[in-house]
Write a protein that binds this ligand. Sequence first.
Ligand SMILES: [Zn+2]
Length: 244
Amino acid sequence: MRINNRMIRVSDIEVQVVRKDIKNLYLRVHRPDGRVQVSAPLHVTDDDVRLAVTSRLKWIRKKQSGFYHQPGQTRQKIVSGESHYVFGRRYQLEVVERRGRHEVLLNNHSTLSLYVSPGTTRSNRQRVLNAWYRDQMKDRIPALLEKWQIVVGKEAAEWGVKRMKTRWGSCNINRRRIWLNLELASKPVECLEYVLVHELVHLYERYHNDNFKRYMDAFMPEWRVHRDTLNQRKGTDLFDLEIK
Ligand SMILES: [Zn+2]
């Protein structure tokens, strides 16, 4: 099979074009980086590819921003020996059953100790841990917000932390209210900062368009690195679109 490979640019999007002996043109947006790849039949010209990509720009941007909003939640058993992360640092979980108050403590920079009553269910162990993670977020956010609101030049009127399945953050533009995903407490703190900046930038620009990216580049030039850290997942998910 003859295959050739080249990069073209469509609007602000770099597109990798792979020509092969196939019948249809396929457009893919790769996870986690949002890279766009087109597999095209041999006879299809670059202009045809450009046209196909241009007609799907909206779909591509939606997929790319979907990666931004998609946390990779993994369900753990919440038992001793598991790895749990606190602001990007790995701790080994130690579940200690004892009478008395539920409590979470960090020990020796390496152990995350969860004290619970004997026989506490998985979902209750998770609840205790989540409450503790929420406190960690609420301790960190005010100083980070103060720092980034000055840089961005916009202020949130309200903010909160909650569990979200499909988003790292959200912003109600009219109310200037920002929600942050609880799961950010396990990611490096730069990721939390990135989401804060991202949501604050929505106070200038509703859409994830070129204008939005210009703001991000101005306020946090390395934002793409943090975005990729946030969206790292095992395995690859492809979103395919077939164009006939
Ligand atoms: Zn957004």
